[in-house]
Design a protein around this ligand. Structure first.
Ligand code: SAJ
Length: 477
């Protein structure tokens, strides 16, 4: 069938007009880079004119970026391509008909990972909008992270139903997963290798024609659409697995009275030809919107596509176990807090806790799926009183977040560090003890960011993830 598609594409000619659906942290830099490429004539950013995000349309058409946080070069690039008349944002999806290629960069979170059902509603709406105005010879590319099988399955069905056209005959269809990280959006798109997977060879080649012009040091890695979906979900599942492995090791080290960071340095010292260990960092948990969902997309793909899988029946997949270990870490922080207070002769009920760090990652204001949230809930259930501090986060629904560290520490029976913000590395044990007003305050370090001996000498009960060497230290009054 690809022969017919090839002739339809030949009739259409080279890609000149591009549409990007979804003006978020993936779509905006992608659209700006397409518009900046001399190979392409004009780029449209498609954005629903909704109450929550319609404001982006006017901002983008003024050459301003609606994205929070520093994105080096993005605003200049937007100003340049808008000024040159090469980019415009619109909510008029009928203009899809003018596009030779259309990419969709729309979030696909899980409603609840327990049932592995992703929330594809926004993506489905985007696909419908594209399908309704799709014309013969167009290339459609999904950039969102999706469950393996989605491009050649659900996405293909929606596009065909809405357009009356046939994928692989009348239009090309591919998956080219985004690999961008906040703060490095333009650089990541230009420099990372780009996985490009079509539902057939002609679709793959057409997608390569779209992405090659925006890469600088990055190379194109062609494959099938489903293999591209598996690659994206697996590259994050592997990172989650590496973190889970060192979290599991940290728990073992606590049990065996060993400092996991000594062990980590020891393992890491094994170098040489073909030797890899990639030991990452143990901590209070794994947050963010990539690692917390991509393993479940991978699992779901295997279950939906794979049918009766030939691995140990009844056993959890290793990626599922990794998720459970990482999700256990905030609960372990509850255990360490409880144990620390017990050593100080204080019950959890009624204890005053200073929770330092709400963002899911150090020196950032990004709070998506923060591991501090299950800890806060568990502390509340146990009757403890928690004050939250984070220097980067201004607000979070239902949680009061302070920027005043002294105020947060005042009267605290226990201080728990959830995020490795650089501010916490310089906590002065004597000052923190003064502010706590306690004879034997507790400190629980979830990111190995403070010196255990300095706090123990100042008269703290110390507990740390993986610090089997310190967690039962003699008490200094
Ligand atoms: N974390 C650990 N130990 C580690 C590394 C991370 O506990 O050794 C925790 C962090 O505290 C955080 C969570 O895991 O809570 C996720 O951290 P992350 O560094 O993986 O950051 P993310 O979630 O922004 O991951 C993104 C991903 N990028 C894309 O999906 C395009 C991931 O593929 C990248 O590897 C990662 O950024 C990166 O390396 O920066």
């Amino acid at each position: 069938m690809s022969k017919r598609l090839q002739s339809v594409i030949n009739a259409r000619g080279p890609i000149r007009n591009i549409g990007v659906v979804g003006m978020g942290y993936v779509g905006i830099p992608a659209a700006a880079l397409f518009a900046n490429a001399p190979e392409f004539e004009f780029v449209r950013g498609f954005q629903r004119d909704s109450a929550s995000s319609g404001y982006k349309i006017a901002m983008l058409n003024r050459g301003e970026s609606p994205l929070k946080g520093e994105e080096p070069g993005l605003e200049d690039l937007l100003g340049k391509v808008v000024g040159a008349g090469k980019f415009r944002c619109t909510s008029n999806f009928s203009e899809i008909a003018e596009c030779d290629a259309v990419t969709l960069a729309i979030q696909t979170p899980f409603l609840d990972p327990k049932d592995l059902i992703p929330d594809f509603s926004a993506l489905t709406e985007g696909l419908r909008n594209v399908g309704r105005h799709l014309t013969r010879g167009t290339l459609v590319v999904l950039e969102s992270t999706v469950t393996p099988g989605t491009t050649a399955g659900m996405a293909r069905e929606i596009l065909e139903t809405e357009s009356g056209l046939v994928a692989g005959e009348d239009f090309a269809l591919a998956h080219a997963p985004e690999r961008v990280m906040v703060g490095r959006l333009l650089r990541n798109i230009r420099e990372h290798d780009r996985i490009v997977g079509g539902i057939d060879d002609v679709s793959t080649r057409r997608a390569v024609e779209l992405y090659a012009p925006v890469l600088t040091t990055g190379k194109i890695i062609p494959m099938t659409a489903t293999a591209a979906e598996v690659t994206k979900t697996a590259e994050n599942a592997f990172r989650d697995l590496q973190i889970a492995a060192v979290n599991q090791l940290a728990l073992h080290c606590e049990a065996m009275g060993v400092n996991v960071y000594d062990v980590r340095a020891g393992i890491d010292s094994l170098k040489g030809e073909g030797i890899t260990r990639a030991v990452l960092w143990p901590g209070a948990g794994v947050g963010g919107h990539c690692l917390t969902k991509d393993s479940w997309h991978l699992e779901r793909g295997a279950q939906v596509l794979g049918g009766d899988l030939w691995y140990p029946h009844g056993a959890d997949s290793i990626f599922g176990v990794a998720r459970k270990i990482n999700d256990f870490m905030p609960r372990h922080m509850v255990h360490l807090t409880t144990e620390g207070l017990k050593r100080a002769g204080r019950p959890l009920e009624g204890a005053k806790i200073a929770l330092l760090g709400w963002a899911f990652i150090q020196n950032s204001d990004d709070t998506r799926n923060t591991p501090a949230e299950p800890y806060l809930a568990a502390m509340g259930d146990a009757g403890a009183e928690v004050k939250v501090h984070d220097p980067f986060v201004d607000e979070y629904p239902g949680v009061k977040i302070s920027h005043d560290l002294d105020e947060t520490l005042t009267g605290a029976d226990a201080v728990t560090i959830f995020t490795g913000h650089h501010h916490y590395a310089s906590l002065d044990p004597v000052r923190v003890k003064e502010l706590s007003g306690q004879e034997l305050p507790v400190i629980v370090d979830g990111r190995n960011i403070v010196d255990p001996d300095a706090f123990i000498r100042a008269g703290f009960i110390y507990k740390g993830i993986g610090r089997g060497d310190k967690n039962s230290h003699p008490i200094r009054r």
